[in-house]
Design a protein around this ligand. Sequence first.
Ligand code: RIB
Ligand code: CA
Length: 320
Amino acid sequence: MIPGRYEPVTRTPLIIDCDPGVDDAIALLLAFASPDQLEILAITTVAGNVDADLTARNARIIRQIAGREDVPVFVGARAPLVRPPIIASHFHGESGLGTLPVFEPGAPTAAGDAAQAIIDIVMSRPAGAVSMAVTGPMTNLALALRQEPALAAHLGPVVVMGGARSEGGNITASAEYNIYADPHAAEVVFRSGVKTVVLGLDATHQLRATPARVAAIAALDTPAARAATQLLDFAVQIEKTLVGGDSPPQHDPSTILYLLAPRLFTAVPVDLQVETESALTMGHTAVEFRLADPAAATCRWVTTVDHEAVFALMLEILAR
Ligand code: RIB
Ligand code: CA
Protein backbone atom coordinates (compact mmCIF):
# COMPACT_ATOMS: atom_id res chain seq x y z
CA MET A 1 0.00 0.00 0.00
CA ILE A 2 1.47 3.41 -0.97
CA PRO A 3 1.01 5.52 2.22
CA GLY A 4 -1.38 8.39 1.85
CA ARG A 5 -2.45 7.40 -1.66
CA TYR A 6 -5.85 5.82 -1.03
CA GLU A 7 -6.38 4.59 2.49
CA PRO A 8 -8.98 6.39 4.62
CA VAL A 9 -7.74 8.20 7.73
CA THR A 10 -9.25 5.73 10.25
CA ARG A 11 -10.16 2.04 10.32
CA THR A 12 -13.85 1.68 9.44
CA PRO A 13 -16.05 -0.67 11.54
CA LEU A 14 -18.17 -2.41 8.89
CA ILE A 15 -20.99 -4.89 8.35
CA ILE A 16 -21.20 -6.37 4.84
CA ASP A 17 -24.71 -7.53 3.84
CA CYS A 18 -24.53 -9.62 0.68
CA ASP A 19 -25.91 -12.40 -1.55
CA PRO A 20 -22.76 -14.14 -2.87
CA GLY A 21 -22.87 -14.16 -5.89
CA VAL A 22 -19.79 -13.90 -8.06
CA ASP A 23 -19.29 -10.16 -7.65
CA ASP A 24 -20.25 -10.21 -3.97
CA ALA A 25 -17.48 -12.80 -3.55
CA ILE A 26 -14.92 -10.48 -5.15
CA ALA A 27 -16.13 -7.67 -2.88
CA LEU A 28 -15.62 -9.93 0.15
CA LEU A 29 -12.11 -10.88 -1.00
CA LEU A 30 -11.21 -7.18 -1.23
CA ALA A 31 -12.69 -6.42 2.19
CA PHE A 32 -11.07 -9.39 3.90
CA ALA A 33 -7.69 -8.33 2.45
CA SER A 34 -7.97 -4.80 3.90
CA PRO A 35 -7.77 -5.35 7.68
CA ASP A 36 -5.84 -2.10 8.23
CA GLN A 37 -8.67 -0.04 6.70
CA LEU A 38 -11.79 -2.14 7.44
CA GLU A 39 -12.76 -3.69 10.78
CA ILE A 40 -15.29 -6.22 9.48
CA LEU A 41 -17.62 -6.83 12.41
CA ALA A 42 -19.92 -9.26 10.58
CA ILE A 43 -21.04 -10.63 7.25
CA THR A 44 -24.82 -10.92 6.95
CA THR A 45 -26.23 -12.88 4.04
CA VAL A 46 -29.58 -12.81 2.27
CA ALA A 47 -31.42 -14.77 -0.40
CA GLY A 48 -30.82 -13.14 -3.76
CA ASN A 49 -28.59 -14.41 -6.53
CA VAL A 50 -29.11 -17.89 -5.09
CA ASP A 51 -31.09 -19.10 -2.06
CA ALA A 52 -30.31 -18.18 1.54
CA ASP A 53 -28.53 -21.43 2.39
CA LEU A 54 -26.21 -21.07 -0.60
CA THR A 55 -25.42 -17.39 -0.07
CA ALA A 56 -24.48 -18.16 3.56
CA ARG A 57 -22.33 -21.13 2.52
CA ASN A 58 -20.68 -19.06 -0.20
CA ALA A 59 -19.81 -16.27 2.22
CA ARG A 60 -18.20 -18.90 4.48
CA ILE A 61 -16.26 -20.34 1.52
CA ILE A 62 -14.80 -16.93 0.64
CA ARG A 63 -14.11 -16.27 4.33
CA GLN A 64 -12.12 -19.54 4.49
CA ILE A 65 -10.20 -18.80 1.26
CA ALA A 66 -9.30 -15.41 2.76
CA GLY A 67 -8.31 -16.97 6.09
CA ARG A 68 -10.75 -14.71 7.96
CA GLU A 69 -12.77 -17.13 10.07
CA ASP A 70 -12.53 -14.46 12.80
CA VAL A 71 -15.45 -12.71 11.07
CA PRO A 72 -18.91 -14.10 11.95
CA VAL A 73 -21.40 -14.92 9.17
CA PHE A 74 -25.08 -14.50 10.09
CA VAL A 75 -27.79 -16.07 7.92
CA GLY A 76 -30.52 -13.63 6.89
CA ALA A 77 -33.83 -13.39 5.09
CA ARG A 78 -34.92 -16.34 2.96
CA ALA A 79 -37.40 -14.24 0.93
CA PRO A 80 -38.16 -10.59 0.11
CA LEU A 81 -40.61 -8.62 2.25
CA VAL A 82 -43.51 -8.95 -0.19
CA ARG A 83 -42.50 -10.36 -3.58
CA PRO A 84 -41.61 -14.01 -4.29
CA PRO A 85 -37.84 -14.67 -4.49
CA ILE A 86 -36.22 -13.94 -7.86
CA ILE A 87 -32.85 -15.71 -8.12
CA ALA A 88 -30.14 -14.77 -10.61
CA SER A 89 -28.34 -18.12 -10.94
CA HIS A 90 -28.14 -17.57 -14.70
CA PHE A 91 -25.58 -14.84 -13.92
CA HIS A 92 -23.83 -16.57 -11.02
CA GLY A 93 -24.08 -20.31 -11.76
CA GLU A 94 -26.10 -22.89 -9.82
CA SER A 95 -23.65 -22.70 -6.87
CA GLY A 96 -23.66 -18.90 -6.91
CA LEU A 97 -19.88 -18.81 -7.29
CA GLY A 98 -19.55 -19.57 -10.98
CA THR A 99 -16.93 -22.25 -11.59
CA LEU A 100 -15.09 -21.71 -8.28
CA PRO A 101 -14.88 -25.14 -6.60
CA VAL A 102 -17.39 -25.21 -3.74
CA PHE A 103 -17.06 -27.14 -0.48
CA GLU A 104 -18.57 -27.28 3.00
CA PRO A 105 -16.50 -24.72 4.95
CA GLY A 106 -15.03 -25.66 8.32
CA ALA A 107 -16.27 -22.71 10.34
CA PRO A 108 -20.06 -22.59 10.85
CA THR A 109 -22.46 -19.66 10.65
CA ALA A 110 -23.00 -17.59 13.82
CA ALA A 111 -26.05 -18.13 16.01
CA GLY A 112 -28.90 -15.69 15.51
CA ASP A 113 -30.31 -14.01 12.44
CA ALA A 114 -28.89 -11.23 10.33
CA ALA A 115 -31.38 -8.48 11.19
CA GLN A 116 -30.89 -8.96 14.92
CA ALA A 117 -27.11 -9.06 14.47
CA ILE A 118 -27.21 -5.74 12.60
CA ILE A 119 -29.24 -4.18 15.43
CA ASP A 120 -27.03 -5.60 18.20
CA ILE A 121 -23.74 -4.65 16.56
CA VAL A 122 -24.76 -1.11 15.55
CA MET A 123 -26.72 -0.15 18.67
CA SER A 124 -23.95 -1.36 21.01
CA ARG A 125 -21.49 1.13 19.52
CA PRO A 126 -21.47 4.96 19.38
CA ALA A 127 -23.81 6.66 16.91
CA GLY A 128 -22.32 6.78 13.43
CA ALA A 129 -19.52 4.36 14.31
CA VAL A 130 -20.61 1.39 12.18
CA SER A 131 -20.93 1.57 8.40
CA MET A 132 -22.53 -0.98 6.12
CA ALA A 133 -21.92 -2.21 2.59
CA VAL A 134 -25.11 -3.69 1.11
CA THR A 135 -24.60 -5.66 -2.10
CA GLY A 136 -27.80 -7.69 -2.38
CA PRO A 137 -31.54 -7.24 -1.89
CA MET A 138 -31.99 -4.92 1.11
CA THR A 139 -34.29 -7.25 3.06
CA ASN A 140 -32.08 -7.70 6.15
CA LEU A 141 -31.55 -3.98 6.69
CA ALA A 142 -35.24 -3.26 6.14
CA LEU A 143 -36.22 -5.89 8.73
CA ALA A 144 -33.69 -4.42 11.18
CA LEU A 145 -35.01 -0.88 10.64
CA ARG A 146 -38.60 -2.04 11.19
CA GLN A 147 -37.60 -3.88 14.38
CA GLU A 148 -35.46 -1.00 15.72
CA PRO A 149 -36.34 2.40 14.13
CA ALA A 150 -33.56 4.11 16.11
CA LEU A 151 -31.11 2.22 13.90
CA ALA A 152 -31.60 4.75 11.07
CA ALA A 153 -30.07 7.63 13.02
CA HIS A 154 -27.46 5.41 14.73
CA LEU A 155 -26.00 3.80 11.61
CA GLY A 156 -23.01 5.32 9.87
CA PRO A 157 -22.98 5.56 6.06
CA VAL A 158 -24.67 2.65 4.26
CA VAL A 159 -22.92 2.11 0.93
CA VAL A 160 -25.40 0.41 -1.38
CA MET A 161 -24.91 -1.29 -4.73
CA GLY A 162 -28.30 -0.85 -6.35
CA GLY A 163 -30.55 1.09 -8.65
CA ALA A 164 -30.06 2.77 -11.98
CA ARG A 165 -30.87 6.12 -13.58
CA SER A 166 -29.15 6.95 -16.86
CA GLU A 167 -28.08 3.35 -17.54
CA GLY A 168 -31.57 1.82 -17.45
CA GLY A 169 -32.19 -1.57 -15.87
CA ASN A 170 -30.35 -4.89 -15.98
CA ILE A 171 -33.14 -7.23 -14.83
CA THR A 172 -35.99 -5.32 -16.51
CA ALA A 173 -35.97 -2.31 -18.83
CA SER A 174 -36.19 0.04 -15.85
CA ALA A 175 -34.89 -1.76 -12.75
CA GLU A 176 -31.56 -3.01 -11.41
CA TYR A 177 -31.58 -6.49 -9.81
CA ASN A 178 -30.93 -5.70 -6.12
CA ILE A 179 -33.77 -3.18 -5.95
CA TYR A 180 -36.07 -5.21 -8.23
CA ALA A 181 -35.61 -8.34 -6.10
CA ASP A 182 -36.99 -6.55 -3.01
CA PRO A 183 -38.34 -3.07 -3.88
CA HIS A 184 -40.38 -2.87 -0.68
CA ALA A 185 -37.23 -3.36 1.41
CA ALA A 186 -35.40 -0.71 -0.60
CA GLU A 187 -38.29 1.69 -0.04
CA VAL A 188 -38.14 1.05 3.74
CA VAL A 189 -34.40 1.76 3.77
CA PHE A 190 -34.43 4.91 1.63
CA ARG A 191 -37.43 6.34 3.51
CA SER A 192 -35.92 5.60 6.92
CA GLY A 193 -33.55 8.57 6.79
CA VAL A 194 -30.48 6.35 7.06
CA LYS A 195 -27.48 7.96 5.35
CA THR A 196 -26.83 6.18 2.06
CA VAL A 197 -24.22 6.34 -0.69
CA VAL A 198 -25.66 4.55 -3.70
CA LEU A 199 -23.57 2.99 -6.47
CA GLY A 200 -26.12 2.27 -9.17
CA LEU A 201 -25.45 0.95 -12.64
CA ASP A 202 -24.60 4.53 -13.64
CA ALA A 203 -21.47 4.11 -11.49
CA THR A 204 -20.71 0.39 -11.70
CA HIS A 205 -20.86 0.33 -15.49
CA GLN A 206 -17.84 2.69 -15.36
CA LEU A 207 -15.76 0.06 -13.50
CA ARG A 208 -15.25 -2.88 -15.81
CA ALA A 209 -12.98 -5.95 -15.67
CA THR A 210 -11.41 -5.59 -19.10
CA PRO A 211 -9.30 -8.45 -20.52
CA ALA A 212 -6.11 -6.55 -19.63
CA ARG A 213 -7.28 -6.03 -16.05
CA VAL A 214 -8.31 -9.69 -15.65
CA ALA A 215 -4.89 -10.71 -16.99
CA ALA A 216 -3.18 -8.39 -14.49
CA ILE A 217 -5.08 -10.03 -11.62
CA ALA A 218 -4.36 -13.51 -13.02
CA ALA A 219 -0.64 -12.71 -12.92
CA LEU A 220 -0.79 -12.26 -9.13
CA ASP A 221 0.17 -15.23 -6.97
CA THR A 222 -2.11 -14.93 -3.93
CA PRO A 223 -5.11 -17.02 -2.82
CA ALA A 224 -7.38 -13.99 -3.18
CA ALA A 225 -6.14 -13.22 -6.71
CA ARG A 226 -6.49 -16.86 -7.77
CA ALA A 227 -10.08 -16.98 -6.52
CA ALA A 228 -10.86 -13.57 -8.03
CA THR A 229 -9.45 -14.69 -11.39
CA GLN A 230 -11.68 -17.76 -11.46
CA LEU A 231 -14.70 -15.65 -10.52
CA LEU A 232 -13.86 -13.02 -13.14
CA ASP A 233 -13.26 -15.62 -15.87
CA PHE A 234 -16.81 -16.89 -15.24
CA ALA A 235 -18.20 -13.35 -15.25
CA VAL A 236 -16.47 -12.65 -18.58
CA GLN A 237 -18.07 -15.73 -20.14
CA ILE A 238 -21.51 -14.71 -18.85
CA GLU A 239 -20.99 -11.16 -20.12
CA LYS A 240 -20.09 -12.51 -23.57
CA THR A 241 -23.00 -14.93 -23.78
CA LEU A 242 -25.84 -13.09 -22.01
CA VAL A 243 -25.01 -9.39 -22.31
CA GLY A 244 -22.47 -8.84 -25.09
CA GLY A 245 -18.95 -7.53 -24.67
CA ASP A 246 -15.98 -8.94 -22.74
CA SER A 247 -15.69 -6.61 -19.74
CA PRO A 248 -18.14 -7.32 -16.91
CA PRO A 249 -18.95 -4.40 -14.58
CA GLN A 250 -17.65 -4.74 -11.04
CA HIS A 251 -20.94 -3.97 -9.26
CA ASP A 252 -20.42 -5.15 -5.68
CA PRO A 253 -16.65 -4.60 -5.45
CA SER A 254 -17.35 -0.91 -6.06
CA THR A 255 -18.92 -0.60 -2.58
CA ILE A 256 -15.75 -1.80 -0.84
CA LEU A 257 -13.51 0.25 -3.12
CA TYR A 258 -15.65 3.32 -2.34
CA LEU A 259 -15.19 2.73 1.40
CA LEU A 260 -11.43 2.39 0.89
CA ALA A 261 -10.99 5.36 -1.44
CA PRO A 262 -14.02 7.66 -1.52
CA ARG A 263 -11.94 10.40 -3.20
CA LEU A 264 -11.93 8.29 -6.37
CA PHE A 265 -15.71 8.66 -6.69
CA THR A 266 -18.10 11.60 -7.10
CA ALA A 267 -21.30 11.36 -5.03
CA VAL A 268 -24.00 14.03 -5.18
CA PRO A 269 -27.07 14.64 -2.97
CA VAL A 270 -30.30 13.30 -4.46
CA ASP A 271 -33.83 12.32 -3.59
CA LEU A 272 -34.21 8.60 -4.38
CA GLN A 273 -37.60 6.90 -4.47
CA VAL A 274 -38.45 3.32 -5.41
CA GLU A 275 -41.38 2.13 -7.53
CA THR A 276 -43.31 -0.55 -5.61
CA GLU A 277 -46.70 -0.51 -7.38
CA SER A 278 -46.29 -0.68 -11.17
CA ALA A 279 -45.75 -4.16 -12.65
CA LEU A 280 -44.03 -2.53 -15.63
CA THR A 281 -41.55 -0.40 -13.66
CA MET A 282 -41.39 -2.30 -10.35
CA GLY A 283 -38.07 -1.61 -8.59
CA HIS A 284 -37.27 1.49 -10.67
CA THR A 285 -35.18 4.04 -8.76
CA ALA A 286 -36.36 7.59 -9.41
CA VAL A 287 -33.20 9.65 -8.78
CA GLU A 288 -33.88 13.39 -8.50
CA PHE A 289 -30.90 15.79 -8.54
CA ARG A 290 -32.99 18.99 -8.37
CA LEU A 291 -33.34 19.57 -4.64
CA ALA A 292 -34.67 22.61 -2.78
CA ASP A 293 -32.29 21.85 0.10
CA PRO A 294 -29.37 19.60 -0.94
CA ALA A 295 -27.92 19.75 2.57
CA ALA A 296 -31.01 17.98 3.91
CA ALA A 297 -30.64 15.01 1.55
CA THR A 298 -29.79 11.67 3.21
CA CYS A 299 -28.90 9.96 -0.07
CA ARG A 300 -25.80 10.47 -2.21
CA TRP A 301 -25.79 9.08 -5.77
CA VAL A 302 -22.41 8.19 -7.31
CA THR A 303 -22.08 9.81 -10.74
CA THR A 304 -18.41 9.29 -11.68
CA VAL A 305 -15.70 6.72 -10.92
CA ASP A 306 -11.96 7.19 -11.52
CA HIS A 307 -11.87 3.63 -12.84
CA GLU A 308 -8.16 3.58 -13.64
CA ALA A 309 -7.21 4.51 -10.07
CA VAL A 310 -9.92 2.27 -8.59
CA PHE A 311 -8.65 -0.71 -10.55
CA ALA A 312 -5.07 0.07 -9.50
CA LEU A 313 -6.28 -0.10 -5.88
CA MET A 314 -8.13 -3.37 -6.58
CA LEU A 315 -4.91 -4.86 -7.97
CA GLU A 316 -2.88 -3.66 -4.97
CA ILE A 317 -5.32 -5.30 -2.57
CA LEU A 318 -5.48 -8.64 -4.40
CA ALA A 319 -1.67 -8.74 -4.45
CA ARG A 320 -1.44 -8.70 -0.63
O1 RIB B 1 -27.29 -5.61 -10.46
C1 RIB B 1 -26.11 -6.09 -9.89
C2 RIB B 1 -26.39 -6.74 -8.57
O2 RIB B 1 -27.23 -7.86 -8.78
C3 RIB B 1 -25.12 -7.28 -7.89
O3 RIB B 1 -25.25 -7.15 -6.49
C4 RIB B 1 -25.10 -8.73 -8.29
O4 RIB B 1 -24.52 -9.56 -7.27
C5 RIB B 1 -26.56 -9.05 -8.43
O5 RIB B 1 -27.02 -9.46 -7.19
CA1 CA C 1 -24.90 -9.01 -5.03
